[in-house]
Design a protein around this ligand. Structure first.
Ligand code: ZN
Length: 217
């Protein structure tokens, strides 16, 4: 029989290890050795969609979670994925984008014009005030905004971007998914119109007529 002393001792040891996880590098990985990239949208419940627990009750914590507008690949997403994969034991990347995304709701060129009309010089923006080396070339701002024409297409290309990036180890398992806000279901991104017929996944229902500035080769 296990005594209470033994039980408490192992709990204290386990908690100490959990609290100090990042000291142990790859041996201090999160519960699922998982990095999640998801859109910041409040209608995308990451835990429910993936069946995991990102936030921690003490001792928990299934994944490192990175959220941005769209759940798209950006320099900071690559930076974060690189750190967790190379130094903190992450073996899997899961990308989640979603239907009805705000990133479908306008053309990036119109958004840039609105900013310019407010007096912002979009050709000269400090992208990261701590890193003046990080500059956008003149005319690249609208591309940088990262608006989408089609969620499935963007999700497929986002998966490829991580699979092909030199900073992401080749043995990391990478998948991407589309959360259907309308049906509260997850599905694989697809180019098959029948499989995505239940939902709004393009910018057309938002009234966006012009293609977004080309972000992908
Ligand atoms: Zn979104």
């Amino acid at each position: 029989m296990t005594t209470l002393k033994e039980k408490l001792s192992s709990q204290v040891t386990a908690y100490d290890h959990w609290a100090q996880r990042r000291r142990y590098g790859p041996d201090g990985h999160n519960n699922l050795s998982l990095w999640v990239l998801a859109c910041m949208d409040e209608r995308l419940p990451v835990d429910e969609a993936l069946g995991i627990h990102v936030d921690t009750p003490a001792g928990g914590g299934d994944a490192h979670c990175f959220r941005n507008a769209g759940g798209i690949v950006t320099d900071d997403a690559i930076r974060s994925a690189m750190l967790t994969c190379h130094f903190f034991g992450t073996k899997e990347i899961v990308i989640v984008q979603h239907t009805q995304c705000g990133m479908l709701s306008a053309n990036a060129k119109d958004l840039e014009k609105m900013l310019r009309d407010k007096g912002i010089d979009t050709d000269n923006v400090a992208m990261d005030p701590t890193l003046p080396e990080l500059k956008l070339e003149k005319g690249a701002f609208a591309k940088w905004i990262g608006m989408m024409d089609d969620v499935d297409e963007t999700c497929i290309k986002t998966i490829d971007a991580f699979k092909n990036h030199p900073l992401i180890p080749k043995d990391v398992v990478i998948s991407g998914w589309v959360w259907e806000v309308e049906t509260r279901r997850l599905r694989a991104p697809t180019r098959d119109s029948e499989k995505r017929a239940r939902t709004d996944f393009t910018s057309a229902p938002f009234g966006v007529k012009e293609k977004q500035p080309r972000r992908w080769n």
